[in-house]
Design a protein around this ligand. Sequence first.
Ligand code: FES
Length: 344
Amino acid sequence: MLGLFEKKEHRLVINAQKSLVLKHKETILNGALRNDVKFPHSCKVGGCGTCKCRLISGKVKELTDKSYLLSKQEIAENYILACQSTPKSDVVIELPNWDKNDNGVAGYISGIEPLTHNISEVIVSLDDHIHYKPGQYTSVQTLDTDIPARCYSFAHKHTLDEDKKTSFFVRAVPEGHMSTWLIDPMNIGAKVKLSAASGDFYLRDQATPVLCVVGGSGLAPIIAVLEEAINSNSAIIDQPLTLLMGVRSQRDIYYQEHIKNLGVLWKNDFHFIPVLSDEPIDSDWSGQRGMVTEYINEKNCHYGTGYLCGPPAMLDAAMKKMQVSGMESHRIFFDKFLDQSGSS
Ligand code: FES
């Protein structure tokens, strides 16, 4: 009988600035979007982490296991996934980097540069400057189709921003409507809109050795972070750096010239190590083979800082190895890319 008198609606307060009412069993994200709140999101199914926020007070029911996406520290700090949380009481949340007035910036696709057989750099010319920290991502929306918006990381520090341009590395995902649309040359000139930048993956000025681990199109935010380090003369460019790129075969390696140039500008040792997991045994490849995690060790981890971007399974394995190799968890920063979310 008690159920008859349970409160069916709950109040949601965001950053002490926005208050709204959620329907019975409605997720925080759906309720926020229904009320026209610009809430960062992408997959809406608990797969990308874009909607993470901190529960300040109140109780929620969590529909899926968040430990796959959130770090131990984030879980300890009460972070939840808004798309997977339905309130059991009135709730107050904190949404990092939330700009409730930001309407995004419109522009058009002005170039598509193939980087590998399935990754292209998509260049967008914008109507106005967009502000972001190198390493962050934005939600890309087409303006003339009903393809759902997807998240992509900015591929560079904004040296291009002077021209109101930016770019993304887009991997063609089978069945991925947005990725196939973005890399289709027929769409050069098509209109898009970028949301306000999101994400907590960006340069930390910690003067420790650096280990970067990337997979797939995860190179984009790493390039942006390294460019930022060099351009800002950060303390980390006086430290040794190892960049491990985990890919299947030689044809998946890309941006080597650009990485080489970054290495020249780096003031300490700079090691770029592609690791191929599926290269034919009789090929002419004389570099590293195996899983990228095999090349994470005490030498490149001890007292170091880690930056990781790529598929979740690779990142989870890499983070585990980094921690057992002496890297402290609070010095590990990551951005998990999911094909379905388009966060790639
Ligand atoms: Fe919530 Fe992707 S939008 S996890």
